[in-house]
Write a protein that binds this ligand. Sequence first.
Ligand code: ADP
Ligand code: ZN
Length: 760
Amino acid sequence: MLLSVAVPIPSLDLLTYSVPDGVAAPPVGARVIVPLGARKVTGLVVAQNAGADGHAIKPVVSVLDADAFVPPDLIALAQWTAEYYACGVGDAIPSLLPPMARGARVDAHKTIRMASITAAGQEALNADVLGKRREALELLAAAPLGIATPELVRRGISSDVISRLASRGYVSLRHDRVDRDPFSTGLTRVRDVSDWSDTPQTSLTRVRGVSDQSETPQTSLTRVRPLTSEQDAALARLLKLARAGDFRVALVHGVTGSGKTELYLRLAAAVLDAGRRVLMLVPEIGLTPAVAAQFRDAFGGRVAIQHSGLSDGERHDQWQRIRRGEVDVVVGTRSAVFAPLDDVGLIVVDEEHDSSYKQEESPRYHGRDVAIVRGQRSRALVVLGSATPSMESYYNATTAKYERVVLEKRVLDRPLAAVTIVDMREEMASEGPDVVLSRALVAALGQRLDRQEQSLVLLNRRGFATAVLCRQCAGTLDCPNCSVSLVVHGDGQSRRARCHYCNYTARVPKACPLCAGPYLEQTGFGTERIEREVAHACPGARVARLDRDAIRRKGALANLLSRFRDGEIDVLVGTQMIAKGHDFPRVTLVGVVSADVGLGMADFRASERTFQLLTQVAGRAGRGEQAGEAIVQTLYPGHYSVRLACRQDYPAFYEKEIDFRRKMRYPPHVALINVVVRAGTFAGAMDDASDVAQKLRATDFHVLGPAPAALGRLRGEYRAQMIIKGGKRKAMREALLAALATRPDLKKRVVVDVDPLSVL
Ligand code: ADP
Ligand code: ZN
């Protein structure tokens, strides 16, 4: 028998191996150790009865599991992911494995002890061996290639029993040296490539691993409060869909503060009562620990929460618990879409528009889209929730592909924030060109301080100044490795210029490095400058900043959020991080400095992103008893994404934007594949990209470019870009893969992004 085996090595496709005579074929999902060149690696069986592929086929070295280690439906989901996103199965497989098995370095070795039954052992089985020893021999008799000793331990056979059997000659032990071994605790502990390790620390880190809890399932909510009539109607519709036990996607379009989380909790309870399981995806647990905490409160120990505070060991245990069926609800970020949860009846994708669902490295999958495919395969209800749905999801809701559930009101009839737009051109005309905070915003901040209420101030740009400019030669201080200017961080002594792409840092010079002129000027401002301006404008205010720089230290994020919640901070300045689903009841003012930062970008999603960010951040105000206010500063008060976000008019925005997408042929009207070719020289990158583009053009797809990428140089490499546009992803992908197959030398230098979120 021939097996198709996936090995967790980037850009490798399926490999074929044979099963030696007399060995039972391992099932789909079992781990096998296979030879790969001079090495031995652990792989997963993807299919039995594979066809011969013309190469000399080697036999597997050993079979680690008699049953599936990874559920077969997840193996199929990974295959779908690899195909759809045009990467190797080897890229997708690590997402399926418990954390410690992922990302193991190729050169990390580990010997694994394998036990097999001997002839004497077979004899003994016919005699009077009893108890654990009999159990062990029976297990081994069914596994002619042997079983790894840790696996035997997992199955309740202690190493003591194994050694005793070995000393009697019933069992033989041997050592196999393997790479990428899922058992190699500690040995291959490398940075996890998934979002868990990137997600900042959360207050949930105080919640211990859940493995020691063994509460009985608690499928009814402990804290019951009446739903609003809108929530009630929405829940009734969703329950009906969930109870149908069939695949369906529902878009819950509910304004900020309309109580969507409450709906998810009740829906989850109903699905659990029906005996099925629930997957809850959230953008970043660190930024919104409250959602996870509410699930924990409602469902107790049957909930696994996947967050960055868990150690590799805890994550590994959690994966095993889920796999063993001891968990009914998994709450996690993007990668949790591959959690080994059986019989999923409900998948919720909260804040489905959030860009953190897209993985920006291979496999470049979108968690929401994989969730929909998973839901389809397990006949589940998939709920996409957002106050600002992605264009794709809303489009699917208007074409009736998705069910649409609308929540138009906030709970308890709390009004949406009243929004004032400040035209900064007028402000500059009266206050001078250097004005950063408008008079209206300063006055409003002062009022909040007097009333002991809290404020949020958003600027979606980090740093103190965004560029250093020479007034004599107009030169800028640029990164030597990337085609961007350096951003100034810090003030006074600690001032440094830093590249946001490669982290190159330099001292801010006194004279221009190009013309030696002494007229260097810092231009553009970021969150650090705003923090200082607010402190200056509001003496006595307790001001803090929340952005990626401010939370580098472990625990800093949880600390900031809890200080703000406890009222120890009056004004929180920050990037889009402050716009995420927080629920701070004492915030009554949201200020937006430069609402148009994102609009300058040559990206087809610029307006959509701006609209989402402004709507979301305005939604943070007035969530408690007091009404909220938002003050939005902009140079383009007439731009539709600014204007309509201020009116919180999603449908009007959608109409305008979908029209633009239709005219310009952008998603959701067409599909895109973004292809970037990297090379050591600019000409090299362009030549290689042109070659691929030419081959693609022969196939009548629309190809834009190649052209130098917007970020033409990154970490010392030049980048050329082309965009394939068309109606049929599958055909586009196949044409691209065929074109790339003619240039195997490019394999390591091409980035293929199917359904890119950004084409910059
Ligand atoms: P969304 O996710 O839609 O922005 P949330 O789920 O965070 O909204 O709910 C907003 C606030 O309203 C939360 O503080 C939540 O506890 C509260 N809430 C939700 N449903 C109800 C209800 N039926 N009655 C009272 N308060 C509610
Ligand atoms: Zn750089």
